[in-house]
Design a protein around this ligand. Structure first.
Ligand SMILES: [Fe+2]
Length: 284
């Protein structure tokens, strides 16, 4: 694999979309502005970070409930603890069943006074309403996706979350007919709300949205997970400091990662995108 990747770099670099300098940057604000989130959802900018917008008491409450949750899981060999469900690399039936099974536990973590999850949704819903559009959790056959995934990255090494993209997983044929696949015709974006953060753990994002031929070459077509460092070396990258209380949204089709983390880095997260001009859905 290593040999294949290094040979490949010399002969065929990762191909795909690269944004211009005006696009490939993070807008930074100290107050939440949902119109900037809509810009990201429409592909007009790479990302936006709202610094320190989660009230300290809400950060603490979510963090405490997360670590105390009876539904918190830790897979051996994987550097994360989590409460919630994720659709990556599984059938839609499995994902929806897992979402249903853990829904009450996720809601218990999120349902704190001044919940950033509720504030974000209210703000984005209000902004979308001005444009005649709505925000809701994705669904299929009467079952809803997960409202959020709460995760703590605890990995050692250069990356606590390896380089990956969030769009490939939306092509999984085992999820055919799931409405999130229509977000690929618009933008697939990631929302993160940082409630606990010690040191390190920057968001790293590269100026490349790989295309299918590139993913095929690397064997990542439907997972988008595990881009080798050498195929990313030639692309511009942003390393964004993340602090407790920050909320950030970015275009998840760009390869991104979390770099070395010390201590806990706990986020409330979901994916988000337009399925048509009037509908924005979220999933996990
Ligand atoms: Fe991601």
């Amino acid at each position: 694999m290593n040999q294949k990747a290094s040979t490949r770099q010399e002969t065929q670099p990762l191909s795909g979309y690269r944004g211009d300098a005006g696009y490939f940057r993070f807008e930074e604000r100290t107050e939440f502005d949902p119109e900037l989130v809509l810009d990201v959802l429409r592909g007009r900018r790479l990302g936006v970070i709202f610094r320190g917008v989660i009230p300290a008491k809400a950060q603490r409450a979510i963090t405490d409930r997360f670590w105390a949750s009876p539904a918190r899981r830790h897979r051996p060999g994987e550097p994360s603890h989590y409460v919630g469900s994720y659709h990556w690399n599984k059938s839609v039936e499995t994902y929806l069943a897992e979402s249903e099974a853990v829904r009450v536990d996720v809601e218990n973590v999120l349902d704190v006074p001044d919940s950033p999850w509720a504030s974000f949704r209210d703000g984005v819903s209000t902004a979308l309403a001005r444009h005649g559009a709505t925000l809701r959790v994705a669904r299929m056959h009467g079952t809803s996706a997960g409202p959020a995934l709460i995760r703590a990255w605890t990995g050692a090494g250069a990356f606590s979350l390896a380089p990956h993209d969030d769009a490939a997983q939306c092509k999984d044929p085992r999820q055919a007919g799931f409405e999130i696949q229509r977000t690929l015709e618009h933008e697939v974006c990631a929302v993160n709300m940082c409630v606990e953060h010690e040191q390190g753990g920057r968001l790293v994002i590269w100026n490349i949205r790989p295309d299918d031929p590139s993913r095929d070459e690397l064997g990542l077509r439907d997972t988008g997970f595990g881009y080798p460092a050498d195929v990313l070396a030639g692309f511009d990258e942003i390393r964004l400091d993340i602090r407790q209380g920050d909320v950030y949204v970015f275009n998840g089709a760009h390869v991104h990662a979390v770099d070395a983390t010390e201590g806990n880095r706990t986020n409330v997260s979901c994916l988000i995108g337009f399925t048509d001009d009037r509908t924005v859905v979220t999933w996990t």
